[in-house]
Design a protein. Structure first.
Length: 348
């Protein structure tokens, strides 16, 4: 704290110098900043005095009208959903900052962190989404969305999309494979043979009726734990495909048993995991998006019960009903394992 105060004072004088020069929006921002800083300084100082010198342990009081002032700034023509949720967002953010006595230095580090997430994100890597995942936010929002929209309790549970979906995977006929160019020169060739798997089942309505022409969009990593777009060695769209159900609502494809996989930890999200003393591992999983006319689209993942991380997922996405047991497959040169799984879709 003793070191923070001179820094803050310097920042405050820079901010008020900026205030004199600037106008309009930037004026508002620098006012906000310099207010925040000078509040912080005087609170910090008086806090230090009352806690340190008097030993009174008195909780410092931040301006009790401030949050309401920010909430009240919303105008009458605001977007209705935003007008509904923004007060809550501001309240929680402000309460958080007060509860932890967030400093300007810490807030500024958080801004840099978020900027770095955005700057790192491309159509091949979504670092901001990954950040949400390790915070459990994507899983929570998925639970809320699914429960709000659920029309039945028998539909297959959803799981999060994750940052590695590609919307334009090729369509393949039932009974074909999403494994491309499997050659003995690949470092993971032996494991791909060992884990070769036949996946099949039906897409059903909640009343048990098979759905014809449903689309099963499936993707998973290579045995090296990398999705195709993370790995320059893999062909485009490897381990991805879309299949259409037949008249009986059936789909069938060859794939691999999934392997455990560390989420990319070479960016800011990974640094956060390190600071939190957390591991980056996800249990082996296969992603699915199952869609059909007149039905709610199901985004989900199936987890291989053999995996040691099933009970300890870095992104908190596992649900018991989605943990599956692969069985040995007899008499099929293309697959050593098989999995039968029916997806049940709610009606719109
Ligand atoms: C993944 O592969 C994934 O599926 C999720 C949900 C988050 C990070 C990486
Ligand atoms: Fe994934």
């Amino acid at each position: 704290m003793g070191q923070m105060i001179p820094d803050l004072a310097a920042a405050a004088s820079r901010a008020s110098a900026a205030k004199i020069k600037s106008n309009g929006i930037s004026n508002g921002i620098s006012n906000g900043i310099s207010n925040g800083i000078s509040n912080g300084i005087s609170n910090g100082i008086s806090n230090g005095i009352s806690n340190g010198l008097n030993g009174a342990g008195k909780k410092c009081q931040y301006d009790p009208t401030f949050t309401q002032k920010v909430i009240a700034a919303t105008g009458p023509n605001a977007n209705p959903r935003l007008a509904q949720i923004f007060p809550s967002l501001v309240r929680h953010l402000h309460d958080f900052a007060r509860e932890v006595n967030l400093t300007v230095g810490e807030w500024s580090a958080a801004v840099d962190f978020l900027n770095e997430c955005g700057q790192m994100s491309t159509d091949r890597r979504n670092e901001t989404q990954l950040l949400c995942d390790i915070l459990g936010l994507e899983s929570l929002v998925d639970e809320i969305t699914t429960k709000q929209l659920a029309t039945s309790t028998t539909q297959t549970p959803s799981a999060i999309l994750g940052p590695f979906y590609r919307s334009d995977a090729p369509f393949f006929p039932n009974g074909t494979s999403i494994v491309q160019d499997l050659s003995p020169s690949l470092p993971w060739y032996d494991q791909a043979l060992e884990d070769s798997a036949f996946l099949s089942g039906r897409v059903l309505s909640t009343d048990g009726e098979p759905i014809e022409n449903a689309v099963v969009d499936v993707w998973h990593t290579a045995p090296n734990g990398l999705y195709e777009q993370q790995d320059a060695e893999q062909p485009e769209m490897n381990f991805r495909g879309r299949f259409r159900t037949d008249q009986g609502g059936r789909y069938a494809l060859y794939a691999l048993r999934p392997v455990a996989y560390p989420i990319p930890d070479d960016g800011p999200a990974g640094r956060l995991l390190g600071l939190l003393d957390r591991h980056p591992n996800r249990p082996g999983h296969i992603h699915f998006i199952v869609s059909a006319e007149g039905h709610r689209t199901l985004t989900t993942q199936l987890y291989d019960s053999r995996d040691r991380w099933v009970g300890n997922d870095a992104v908190f996405a596992v649900k018991d009903e989605l943990v599956v047991r692969f069985e040995p497959r007899e008499g099929d040169g293309q697959a050593r394992w098989e999995l039968g799984y029916d997806f049940v879709l709610g009606r719109c």
